[in-house]
Design a protein around this ligand. Structure first.
Ligand code: HEM
Length: 493
């Protein structure tokens, strides 16, 4: 019995200092370099400690599949973040929710709205918004970064609430950015003292700097952000003026939520969509433009495939997808070449667990190192769509399918995967059909190099870069004008 019960070692990892643990071992400027070193030094599973918090980094598909899929019961909760989660109330949103009963109902609603049947109804809207994006890109190619962000935001807001926006100055977008900033700050160790000393939450709001005062301000902001668009859809539905949207369709077809408050569940499920789906889609579009400017040979191959299929007669649609294998692997390679959410969204170990002889202590924060998985093997930072075509000389490729890791894992995997996949295909295939993307030229006629750099953070945007985006030919210009007539860019569903 003593042998069986002997304490298990923690997973390997860098040496920890008293109290602060590995706080200063992760360089703020480039944390991924440290993660890479530890992956190579310690292997699939690495243990860190930061200010008393256990952190377990999973570096391979084996431990991720075992823990997040086979042992999902122990690893499907998010870490508890006192300030933004518990006190400001963001833990009611689907992405942070740890209340199994409520979260399951939210996922059910998300599956209805974003699953194969639900996602189909947004295709006309996606095609219309692509036409709008292409015309804006033709007018303002230098602003391609802002236009990618606007396009992704537009898509999600139209789909979720039927809100139509002209630009990123829209008040809803501003509020969403503020809330996301709260979350971003709130999940950083040390951001709020109350996350480390939970009893501080009992200090009353009138005490200066008390957590309750900060929380009350944040809570009011969060409630307004979640309630306003939801109530507006309800008012429009009552007046019969509501545009088609995820919220409107779920409200008009209420499903049974087992004794819970249906509207409360739906309202908080909808509130996550913009922050979870908008940025990740925008990052992928911007990374695609960067990759095409850097890799003209891949761009040419994809354009030849599109030209052969479409013959310059129309823009691509989702029905063309199966006939465009090279465009498809380019998209897979974008996901892999730059992972939009490099460490996924963290999970928490519910109970002590043993994996490969190592103890994973209860309450540990578990980070899937998705970026590390994407860079495994000799593909590393090269942009090589062919690895997803099994095109190696021996007919095989060892690269795991990026779709098996970039959208997360198990019960908590991204519910917007299909919608994102559809949007990205239509956008990317249409951009390739109409435009040629190249490096920019300076006043002396020299190419301006692009340094592929990405921001550090929960979501990793490309750093601003310059490139040239021009309509490919007079024929494609005509095609663009005709498509705009076919897909009226404003109004409609
Ligand atoms: C390229 C686009 C996208 C990528 C790469 C992406 C990736 C991810 C990842 C890695 C997670 C964490 C999953 C886990 O914990 O295992 C996630 C969660 C989530 N995503 Fe996405 N996503 C994308 C687009 C979208 C879209 C378009 C929507 C909605 C319309 C969406 C909604 C969500 C939600 C609600 C969650 C939280 C799920 C939960 O906690 O139960 N995502 N996504």
């Amino acid at each position: 019995i003593r042998l069986v019960r002997r304490p298990r070692p923690l997973p390997p990892g860098p040496r920890r200092k008293p109290i602060i643990g590995n706080l200063f071992d992760v360089p703020l400027q480039n944390p991924f370099a440290a993660f890479d070193t530890w992956r190579k030094q310690y292997g699939d599973i690495v243990y860190l400690e930061v200010l008393g918090n256990s952190i377990v980094v999973l570096n391979g598909m084996d431990p991720i599949t075992e823990l997040f899929e086979r042992r999902a019961g122990n690893y499907s909760h998010r870490p508890v973040v006192q300030m933004v989660g518990e006190l400001m109330g963001i833990n009611r949103s689907i992405g942070l929710n740890n209340n199994d009963k409520v979260w399951r109902q939210q996922r059910k609603l998300a599956a209805i709205a974003l699953g194969p049947v639900g996602a189909k109804q947004y295709i006309p809207l996606q095609e219309r918004l692509v036409a709008l994006f292409l015309s804006e890109l033709e007018e303002r190619p230098g602003d391609f970064m802002g236009l990618c962000e606007l396009a992704a935001a537009r898509l999600i807001l139209e789909i979720t609430y039927g809100i139509s926006i002209e630009n990123m100055e829209n008040p809803y977008i501003k509020e969403a950015e503020d809330i996301f900033e709260l979350v971003r700050r709130g999940v950083q160790p040390g951001a709020y003292l109350v996350d480390f000393i939970p009893w501080l939450k009992h200090v009353p709001a009138w005490v200066p700097f008390s957590s309750q005062a900060t929380a009350a301000r944040g809570r009011a902001q969060v409630e307004a952000f979640v309630n306003r668009p939801f109530e507006s859809v309800k008012t429009q539905m009552a007046a019969n003026t509501a545009r088609p949207s995820l919220v409107a369709s779920l409200l008009s077809d209420r499903s049974d939520v087992e004794g819970l408050d249906f509207e409360e569940i739906l309202k908080w499920a909808a509130s996550t969509m913009y922050d979870a789906g908008g940025e990740s889609t925008a990052i992928t579009l911007k990374s695609f433009i960067m990759a095409m400017a850097l890799h003209p040979e891949a761009q040419t191959m994809a354009q030849q495939e599109l030209d052969t299929l479409l013959n310059g007669s129309r823009l691509p649609t989702l029905d063309d997808r199966a006939s465009l294998p090279y465009v498809n692997v380019c998209i897979k390679e974008i996901y892999r070449w730059h992972v939009a959410i490099p460490l996924g969204l963290p999970r928490r170990a519910e109970k002590d667990d043993i994996y490969n002889g190592y103890l994973i202590p209860r309450g540990s924060i578990i980070l899937p190192n998705i970026r590390g998985i994407a860079e495994e093997g000799d593909h590393l930072t090269r942009f090589t769509p062919e690895i997803h075509l099994n095109k190696y000389a021996d007919g095989s490729s060892d690269a795991p399918d990026p779709l098996s890791y970039v959208f997360g894992f198990g019960r908590r995997a991204c519910p917007g995967k299909l919608l994102a996949e559809n949007s990205l295909f239509i956008f990317i295939a249409s951009i390739l059909t109409v435009f040629r993307i190249t490096k920019d030229i300076d006043s002396d006629g020299n190419e301006i190099p692009i340094d592929p750099k990405f921001q550090i953070g929960l979501m990793s945007h490309p750093e601003p870069f310059k490139c040239r985006i021009v309509v490919r030919s007079p024929e494609t210009k005509k095609l663009l004008a005709n498509q705009l007539l076919d897909r009226p860019i404003r109004g409609g569903g």
